[in-house]
Design a protein around this ligand. Structure first.
Ligand SMILES: [Zn+2]
Ligand SMILES: [Zn+2]
Length: 345
């Protein structure tokens, strides 16, 4: 079968690899219907030390269950499913508390990879997979795009709002105008925020966020950006949702909050020098991590998409065939598209 592999920094190609097999009793083999490139994949893509033939870090998909292990009873061959980037067991303390993105049964993270391929092996399939009613042919392309966001970016945007405890009437600032930031705007609106400011310098992304519920956009960065936010809100924000993963983005988030405000961070951190003590003087609550994809999808996000209440699929502004995966990465890296979707045959 065909699978995307990193060939060198800034280049992705296709390799022929063995089709995956069931290994554990809780595995499923999934035939991929739609997959995509994540902002986090671009870190590997740009890495000058990437080895030729390195497995792709793709981790978001919707697909058809081909085969299941003997312990899998919740889905069967032929079912259409959301393939989350996480593999919660559904039974441990973390999963039961609604933090399946950091399931206690996994050492380190529990993320998928290698999903930019024709087939994948998915472990902890019995609880983590989310069944979608019907078959892909029952849905419009727009709806398939929204269903695909439920594998990562929509639950991740929602997670930022949940861990920052966004409440009805809150003033919220979203840092990051990529797919996750756009979904965080949708999530803040779902939770009843009264004002939502997106920090963005790109007109197309500003427009998309304003259509999804943002009430203002701020293009300025640093101290200037903080001052602008405070001017619009008449003070600091109740919650800041950080969807980038850089130290500058964390600084921006901390800077826009009023004392006692809440920071939710979901950008995969590419820094490790942020001292917790720096938030003491402001009484800032800080929480963040990997999203609870299965919990949110099962509880309300799948329903919100199917009912047409939210339309996160708009973040996919370009579609490609698997053969054109290199272009899909390139266009996203050069910000020609917000998020690249891969349509499988
Ligand atoms: Zn992702
Ligand atoms: Zn668990």
């Amino acid at each position: 079968m065909k699978s995307a592999v990193y060939t060198k920094a800034g280049q992705v190609g296709l390799a022929s690899i063995e089709r995956p097999q069931i290994i554990e009793a809780d595995d499923a083999i999934i035939r991929i219907v739609r997959t995509c490139v994540c902002g986090s994949d671009l870190w590997s893509y740009r890495n000058p030390e990437i080895e030729e033939g390195h497995r792709n870090s793709g981790h978001e998909a919707i697909g058809i269950v081909e085969e299941v292990g003997e312990n899998v009873t919740t889905v069967k061959s032929g079912d259409f499913v959301i393939v989350p980037f996480t593999h919660g067991c559904g039974e441990c303390d973390a999963c039961r508390a609604g933090y399946d993105g950091t399931c206690d049964r996994h050492i380190g993270n529990n993320w998928s990879d290698g999903v930019q391929a024709e087939y994948i092996r998915f472990h902890y399939a019995n609880w983590a997979l989310i069944k979608i009613p019907g078959q892909p042919s029952d849905y419009t392309e727009g709806m398939l795009k929204s269903l695909l966001t439920l594998a990562d970016v929509m639950p991740t945007g929602y997670h930022a709002a949940r861990v920052a405890n966004v409440q009805k009437g809150d003033k919220v600032v979203v840092i990051g105008d990529g797919a996750v930031g756009q979904c965080a705007v949708i999530a803040a609106k779902m939770r009843g925020a009264s004002q939502i400011i997106l920090m963005s310098r790109h007109e197309d992304r500003q427009k998309m966020a304003l259509e999804s519920g943002a009430t203002a956009v701020v293009a300025e960065r640093g101290q200037e950006g903080i001052a602008k936010v405070r001017e619009i809100l008449g003070g600091g924000a109740d919650a800041a949702l950080e969807c980038v993963g850089t130290e500058a983005a964390i600084d921006q988030a901390l800077g826009v909050l009023h004392n006692g405000g809440r920071l939710g961070f979901v950008g995969v951190p590419h820094y490790n020098n942020r001292a917790l003590g720096s938030t003491f003087a402001q009484n800032i609550s800080v929480a963040g991590g990997s999203a609870s994809v299965t919990t949110y999808d099962k509880q309300f996000l799948l329903k919100a998409v199917l009912d047409g209440d939210i339309n996160p699929g708009r973040v996919f502004t370009s579609s490609y065939k698997l053969e054109d995966i290199d272009q899909a990465y390139k266009d996203m890296d050069e910000r020609k598209t917000i998020k690249s979707m891969i349509v499988m045959d």
